[in-house]
Design a protein around this ligand. Structure first.
Ligand SMILES: CCCCCCCC(=O)SCCNC(=O)CCNC(=O)[C@H](O)C(C)(C)COP(=O)(O)OP(=O)(O)OC[C@H]1O[C@@H](n2cnc3c(N)ncnc32)[C@H](O)[C@@H]1OP(=O)(O)O
Length: 154
């Protein structure tokens, strides 16, 4: 299965969190499960992603939620409308991002993010995401994503 971010055309693939053309980026790769209507990604923070020794920097966790949510929005919208992302790439940007840090996230283990679309309406998708370190749910996020077209920001 191909990661959602790998469907982005090159002009939309420079994002620090998930762009495959950003050499310094995190290269997050999100996968969509059509049966479960759920997205997943995994990321192992590096030692320099430290907040307090032993724990992950919250800004990084927000970035993971952000980029996982944008990809989840594309997949959920494609799923809802029966579109093939290979033929019709969809790209969303973050309009709003809320992150709740439920408990400190340990630095070392792989983190798993799970995402679900709570609302798909027009150009807007609302996504809920969770970050797990092993069995522990450490972060819960919510994002409003808005679909953009060519020429965004111009
Ligand atoms: C180019 C690819 C980059 C991908 C990077 C991936 C993640 C990122 O880091 S993105 C970077 C950070 N984000 C940005 O820079 C976005 C900056 N903001 C913008 O460009 C615009 O405000 C934008 C596109 C989000 C929305 O503007 P616009 O296209 O005019 O949408 P608009 O018609 O106002 O709103 C559409 C819907 O979204 C909702 N919405 C818009 N902004 C918000 C918000 N801040 N909070 C909640 N809802 C919002 C509106 O209420 C509306 O909902 P509904 O259809 O239910 O009425």
């Amino acid at each position: 299965m191909k990661a959602i971010q790998l469907h982005y055309p090159p002009e939309w693939a420079h994002c620090y969190g998930c762009g495959y053309l950003n050499p310094m980026g995190l290269h997050l790769q999100t996968y969509w499960n059509r049966e479960r209507k759920e997205s997943r990604t995994a990321f192992t923070p590096s030692p320099h992603h430290t907040a307090i020794p032993g724990f992950v920097y919250g800004g990084l966790l927000a970035s993971l939620v952000d980029c996982h949510a944008t990809a989840t929005a594309a997949a959920a919208k494609a799923d809802a409308e029966g579109l093939d992302l290979e033929k019709t790439p969809l790209r969303f940007v973050t309009a709003s991002l809320k992150v709740d840090y439920l408990k400190p996230t340990p630095l070392g283990p792989e983190l798993v993010l799970v995402g679900r679309a709570r609302e798909v309406k027009g150009r807007k998708v609302v996504v809920e995401a969770e970050v797990y370190a092993g069995e522990a749910l450490t972060v819960r996020g919510e994002a409003v994503l808005v679909q953009i077209t060519e020429g965004f920001g111009g």
